[in-house]
Design a protein around this ligand. Structure first.
Ligand code: HEM
Length: 382
């Protein structure tokens, strides 16, 4: 356990071992997301920058615990179940194939003669998939890209203020889309959610918008970085890549290992300490903030044998890349399916794919809480 200062939250505890991180995420009696349960109102720093129109976004399933969380999550879970992830495999495969054809013909070239996989493939795939899952029109995707670009660049309090216009545009857009869906139902999760509301389940308009916003943001940026770091890890471990290319039944465990090894989401959202007391050797006070450091937990030698080694056959692999407990990632099946299909099709179509620059020259972004590559320049060799 370590204590330090973080942006907006101030002094914060960091749970850096696997066991401590798991306990923070799972112990509902001692830790919670809702500040009111710890005698607090809001994260200091949140109030001054958030206009009223946006504050409804704060009321989402990731921000609450207990019965309120169960209510919000179970409705989305049901909606997700109605659109089985397995049934999405075929459309995802079609999207992957189309994107690969596009980057080959018109992908962004880099100065070293390679093609940058980031914009045309790693970013486009999750965005296209989540828009299809939700039922958002394909022609609106360029707008999302512009809005999301702002979110991805937040590094400071001032960065948060600067992203307000993009957030407002996105929210207005979602308001409009819900109005249209109510008038004219279409395929996708937004219609399913609206119909569930009509069937008597309790979701008001603000909650619907807030859920779709969460799915768009959580389901997009994270998967971009899982994809790019997975490709990078395989290209920099050619013996592991060769094993995978010989036997694609290893794809699920390879994806689990890239999740552990790279941990795209490096830490959980802050929890509030609900009861003072001793925890993994330190004294916590009610109201303290605590973060589960997922990347550190996934490299804990007390839990993982030779954690510094990238091993696509690692089993068991109880990584915490998707969190744990009640807030465990709702989109984990979708993210894994997208990555498995993307890797298989990319490396089958270009069996001799390689980095266009030495691995040390691949630029990584400095982002709080996210592990991400800025540019992934490759040669598309067959
Ligand atoms: C590689 C991709 C992804 C990673 C690494 C990831 C990671 C995470 C983590 C660590 C959490 C828990 C945060 C916490 O407890 O503080 C979480 C929650 C969540 N994720 Fe993901 N996620 C990914 C993809 C997705 C996708 C594709 C979707 C939706 C389609 C999604 C939707 C959500 C939602 C709704 C929650 C909140 C669940 C709750 O509060 O009950 N995620 N994710």
């Amino acid at each position: 356990m370590v204590r330090s200062k973080v942006l907006l939250a101030g002094q914060c505890w960091f749970a850096t071992t696997w066991q401590a991180a798991q306990d923070v995420l799972r112990d509902q009696e001692r830790f919670g997301r809702d500040p009111r349960r710890a005698g607090k109102r809001q994260l200091p720093g949140m109030k001054w920058w958030m206009p009223k129109y946006l504050s409804r976004l704060a009321n989402n399933m990731l921000a609450v615990d207990g019965a309120e969380h169960r209510r919000l999550r179970s409705l989305v879970d049901q909606a997700f179940l109605r659109q089985e992830v397995e049934a999405l495999r075929e459309p995802i495969t079609d999207i992957v194939d189309r994107l690969l054809s596009d980057i080959e013909s018109k992908g962004r070239r880099t100065e070293n003669g390679g093609v940058d996989l980031l914009p045309g493939f790693c970013r486009q795939l999750p965005l296209t998939v989540i828009c299809e899952v939700l039922g958002l029109p394909a022609e609106d995707r360029p707008k999302f890209e512009r809005w999301f670009k702002g979110f991805a660049e937040v590094r400071s309090g001032w960065g948060l203020v600067r992203m307000i216009p993009s957030l407002m545009k996105l929210l207005r857009y979602l308001d409009q889309q819900f109005k249209q869906v109510r008038r004219q139902p279409r395929a996708g999760l937004m219609t399913t959610l609206v119909q569930m509301e009509a069937d008597g389940d309790q979701l008001n308009h603000d909650e619907l918008v807030s859920i779709v916003f969460l799915l768009l943001v959580a389901g997009h940026e994270t998967t971009v970085h899982l994809l790019s770091t997975s490709i990078y890890s395989l290209l920099t471990h050619p013996e592991q890549l060769a094993q995978l290319q010989q036997d694609w039944t290893l794809a699920p465990s390879a994806v689990e290992e890239t999740l552990r090894f790279n941990s795209p989401v490096q830490m959980s959202k802050p929890r509030f300490v609900l009861k003072s007391g001793e925890f993994h050797g330190v004294q916590l006070q009610r109201g303290d903030y605590i973060l589960a450091m997922l990347g550190a937990a996934n490299a804990d030698p007390a839990k993982f044998d030779r954690p510094e080694q990238f091993d696509i056959r690692r089993a068991p692999n109880p990584h915490l890349a998707f969190g744990s407990g009640i807030h465990v990632c709702l989109g984990l099946k979708l993210a894994k399916a997208e990555t498995e299909i993307a890797l298989q099709h990319l490396f089958t179509r270009y069996p001799a794919l390689r980095l266009a620059v030495p691995p040390v020259d691949v630029p990584w972004a400095s982002r709080v809480g996210m592990r991400c590559i800025k540019q992934l320049s490759v040669q598309l060799l067959r």
